[in-house]
Design a protein around this ligand. Structure first.
Ligand SMILES: [Zn+2]
Length: 122
């Protein structure tokens, strides 16, 4: 990595703050809220894998909840699990949904990754 020249670190203040972030009150260009949100761990590490069919028109999905990962890591894991299961999927509030019943395959895969997970529900 090449060290940055000093002037690149200098913060230039304008007379006008311009847009200010609503949560940290910092000018938008200095706000790190969204980066912090992305790096925040979403789960408590009490990982549960369960099958869910309710309210989905009879379709089964496998839910992986409680992952002690940040959103980027959850997103990356979801992509790998989709590939593993050959199925579609989504991430909602840090919870992974994979279409179809893949509890066994996912539990095995999480175990291989060193993630302790428990099967929950039916
Ligand atoms: Zn902010």
């Amino acid at each position: 990595m090449v060290a940055k020249r000093e002037e690149e670190y200098r913060v230039v203040y304008s007379t006008d703050h311009g847009a200010v972030c609503g949560s940290c009150q910092k000018p938008k260009d200095r706000c790190t809220c969204s980066a912090q949100r992305r790096s925040a761990v979403v789960g408590d590490g009490n990982v549960k894998v369960r099958r869910e069919t309710k309210g989905r028109g009879g379709k089964t999905v496998t839910i992986i909840a409680g992952l002690a990962m940040n959103r980027d890591q959850v997103e990356a894991l979801q992509k790998e699990l989709k590939k593993l299961c050959g199925a579609g999927g989504a991430v909602k509030d840090g919870v992974i949904e994979i279409q179809g019943d893949h509890c066994d395959a996912i539990l095995r895969d999480l175990d291989r990754r060193g993630i302790r997970a428990k099967r929950a529900g039916g």
